[in-house]
Structure formats: structure tokens, C-alpha cells
Write a protein that binds this ligand. Sequence first.
Ligand code: NAP
Length: 243
Amino acid sequence: MRKTVLITGASRGIGRETAKLFAENNYRVIINYLNSKIEAENLEKELKNAGCDAFAVCADVSEKKQVQKMMEEIKEFTNHIDVLVNNAGIAQQKMFCDTTEDDWDRLFNVNVKGMFNCCQAVLPGMIKRQSGKIVNLSSVWGVCGASCEVAYSASKAAVIGFTKALSKEVGACRINVNCVAPGVIDTDMNKNLSAEAMEELKESTSLGLTGTPRDVAEMILFLSSDKAKFIAGQVINLNGGWI
Ligand code: NAP
């Protein structure tokens, strides 16, 4: 039977590329989005035209009720999810002393609570079937911290703690929970960085490169496959040799 993947924040960037790669590898793909309805629906069409099963569904992952409604809508498409990719995320650059309580809550609600809500929604089915893969998106900043991104770095460090703990809790149910920690990847998230800043970031890596969404998608696909069945609770660093 073909496997089904739910990718949050799949309308753009890393999530979109991950959706395409899973479709190319014969998965049935659920594309979650929030604001980018046209992009998500176009991706659904593109994948269907290529002969894949795809389903675009809107939900703000930070809202438990919206995630529950999304799961109801997904029943039209499938009754099981084999792989969950918690990719939806937001970033913000601000001096720590200027960061407001609302900024902090927004980053944690999307980057951490979103992952909590989606894992709670899919895990009962995975536990029942004694099988499943969860891949969470952390960041190099969650590993080593970034100046002017304390709230974002803290939220991405929380993704790592969550991944390690959940992996211990559900590993015995044959559910692999891992996370990837990308360095700088060329997506909208970094579009506010100047060309100069991007050059400096490239030079900080051993490879002298920034990454592509495809680089991250390939690792997510690998971690979701049976080739990675002995990998659990790990943080895979994809940063061109930055740290
Ligand atoms: P991006 O291009 O800005 O895309 C973000 C995606 O997340 C969009 O599809 C957006 O959907 C979705 N999203 C945001 N808030 C959402 C919410 N509340 N509910 C549902 N979907 C939501 O970002 P990206 O660069 O691809 O980043 C993807 C993930 O990788 C994030 O978790 C990010 O922190 C992590 N990451 C990125 C980099 C990087 O350099 N790019 C590095 C390390 C880690 P809509 O457009 O439909 O609203």
C-alpha cells in the first residue's frame, strides 16, 4: 500500500520541495498551508497532473481546534498517516530587549505548539498501527543560538528537546521521531537578508555554500524511509559544515 505523508507548511520553501520529493517517491501527499492558498492549490494540481495523489488543506497549526478540523477534512483523503513532517515555522530577527511577549508567544505557538498539536493528532493512529515516522524541523540556531534571534533559537532548541523525549516515549511502538537542523537555506524565510549578509553566511560554512530546499527534503525523505529504521531521537545537522 502507498504511504501517506502530512507535511505542515507545504505551500512554500522547504515544505513545498519536500511535498514534491515525497510525491516523486510514490507517497500520497497532504499539503498543509495557512495563508498561501493559491500556491498550495497549484501544488496539489501539479502533483495530481504528474499522477500523484495530493490533498491541500488549510489550518493554522498553532490552533488545536484548527488542527482537529484539518484531521476531519483529511478523512476524505485517507484514514491513516504514515509520516508527519512538522515543517511549518516562522522566524523573526529582533534584539532581545525589543522582543515583546506577543513576539515570543507567536514564535512558540507556531514553532513548538504547532508541532505538539500535530503530533497529538497523528500519534494515536501510529501507536495503534505500531508504525510511523515523525520528522521535526529545528535549525542550526536551535543548536548553537543566534544573536538577535533569541526567541527563534529558543523555539528551535525546544524542537530538539521535544524530539528526543518523544522518541523515548514512542520508540517502543516502532515510531521513529527525529529532527533536522538546517543551516541557511535559500527560501522566503531569508529574503530579508542582504546579498552581502548571504555571502558572509556562505563564507562561514566549510563548503562555502547555502543549502537548497531539496538538500533538506532529501534528508527528510531518508529519515522517513525504512533505510533509517535504526535512527531515533537524533538531530541531523545540515549546514554545509558551519558548525
Ligand atoms: P518559508 O519559506 O517561510 O515557509 C514557511 C511555511 O510555513 C509556509 O508554507 C507557511 O504557510 C507555513 N506556515 C507558517 N506559519 C504557519 C502556521 N501557523 N500554520 C501552518 N503553516 C504555517 O520557510 P522555510 O524556510 O521553508 O522553513 C521551513 C522550516 O524550516 C521552518 O520550521 C524553519 O524554521 C525551518 N528552517 C529554515 C531555515 C532556512 O534557512 N530557510 C533554516 C533552518 C530551519 P503559508 O505561506 O501558507 O502561510
